[in-house]
Design a binder for this molecule. Structure first.
Ligand code: XUL
Ligand code: CO
Length: 438
């Protein structure tokens, strides 16, 4: 194991709930079986390159604050090269099996597309070496189609056809390198695919273009034999005031409308769910119901800030809800628990990266164990099942199977005069029940 950049920190061990060592897991024990499967396989933790290596604390009111010895005195491609071994030393010490990146956070923008592609190739060779050295795998790759000024109006939805073409070229290359690195997926987050005002926007045309863009990617994926899963990542706003991929339901509708649904699943991010006015659990259930729950970007917002603050997840109710939905819908197969999360601007030390990820991994490990305990107990599932018992036989079963119609139902109710009495929803009882496990 490389010791060059975090010499005082070794491989993070599992020490159990009684440990007071901040550099140890209290709950994430990779080999421990939960519902007959190791935690490692349930959770498939992934570290993101962008926040971890490139996020230095800048916000709209001020510049970077983070102290990163390995960055000092370097710029451009030299800086990009220097960050690769640091990232892998970090991820390896954490014991996270996966990572994710955007093309332009591993390598810088060149003056031309050709130069950008060359620089990306240089870095991809280093990523590949590090993957081979450590066994860490690529969960998904993606193209950054939002930071460069050319994408000011979007990429796939730009009114400028040349910008669409540039974005398409960038995605082509990003798909190639993701394939080369053995990526298990590829994510499309519509960075600026939305609008700031409808006065200047032909919405229908932009949506048609976005669909064309994604169909081209589907075609190219087949052409190069890339077998990874495609994901769309819903987000309702920020930077635009309305993003077309606004939430799970909107994404599913868009994918269905344009015959893309067979090719995509959703990558659902907590802070995006809350920006959309939903809970993460809601978004996961909408996706799961459509058999499109693919992966999660594990983070959280701040209830008092209406921004995408991308904080590390530490709330056990949140992680329990996530894991209950994930287990219910069959677990993560190609996807993972990807920490699209960043340090607070005030957390300036490299060791804060460890505290943040260790905390997030432990919070998800606890969520997994709590969710499994709730499932083993069975009272919650039994309550929900009983609540719908009127659909299991007789009238409900006949409605579900299409044997009733408005006429037959009217005849029944005219005969009965009133519907059978309702039963209590027992919300407070269930909230107390959940608390027994947390
Ligand atoms: C932005 C966001 C992205 C995607 C990948 O809010 O979540 O980083 O996860 O482009
Ligand atoms: Co994300």
């Amino acid at each position: 194991m490389s010791q060059a950049h975090f010499p005082s920190i070794g491989r993070i061990p599992f020490e159990g709930a009684k440990s007071r060592n901040p550099f140890a897991f209290k709950h994430y024990n990779a080999d421990e079986l939960v519902e007959g499967r190791p935690m490692r396989e349930h959770l498939r933790f992934s570290v993101v390159y962008w926040h971890t290596m490139c996020g230095l604390g800048s916000d709209m009111f001020g510049g970077p604050t983070a102290v990163r010895a390995w960055d000092e005195g370097k710029t451009g491609l030299d800086l990009a090269k220097a960050r690769v071994p640091v990232f892998f030393e970090f991820t390896e010490k954490l014991g996270a099996p996966y990572y994710a990146f955007h093309d332009r956070d591993v390598a810088p923008h060149g003056q031309t597309l050709r130069e950008s592609n060359q620089w990306l190739d240089t870095i991809v060779a280093l990523l590949k070496e590090q993957q081979q050295r450590t066994g860490i795998k690529l969960l998904w790759g993606t193209a950054q189609l939002f930071a460069h000024p050319r994408y000011m109006h979007g990429a796939g939805t730009s009114p400028n056809a040349d910008v669409f073409a540039f974005g398409a070229a960038q995605v082509k290359k990003a798909l190639e390198v993701t394939h080369e690195l053995g990526g298990e997926g590829y994510t499309f987050w519509g960075g600026r695919e939305g609008y700031s005002t409808l006065w200047n926007t032909d919405m229908k045309r932009e949506l048609d273009h976005l669909a064309r863009f994604l169909h081209m990617a589907v075609d190219y994926k087949k052409e190069i034999g890339f077998k990874g899963q495609f994901y769309i990542e819903p987000k309702p706003k920020e930077p635009t005031k309305h993003q077309y991929d606004s939430d799970s339901a909107a994404c599913l509708n868009f994918l269905r409308e344009y015959d893309l649904l067979p090719h995509f699943k959703l990558n659902i991010e907590t802070n995006h769910a809350t920006l959309a006015g939903h809970t993460m659990q809601h978004e996961l259930e909408v996706a799961g119901g459509a058999n499109a729950l693919g992966s999660i970007d594990a983070n959280t917002g701040d209830p008092l800030l209406g921004w995408d603050t991308d904080q590390f997840p530490t709330d056990l109710y949140l992680t329990t809800q996530c894991m209950l939905s994930i287990l219910k819908h069959g677990g993560l197969s190609t996807g993972g628990v990807n920490f699209d999360a960043k340090l607070r601007r005030e957390s300036i030390d490299a060791e804060d990266l460890f505290h943040a990820h260790i905390g997030g991994m432990d919070a998800f490990a606890r969520g997994l164990k709590i969710a499994a305990a709730i499932r083993a107990d069975g009272r919650l599932a039994e309550f929900v099942k009983t609540r719908y018992a009127s659909w299991d036989s007789g009238l409900g079963a006949r409605i579900e199977s299409g044997q009733e119609n408005l006429r037959s139902l009217e005849a029944r109710m005219l005969d009965q005069g009133e519907a059978a009495a309702n039963l209590s929803g027992r919300q407070e009882y269930l909230e107390n029940l959940i608390n027994e496990f947390i």
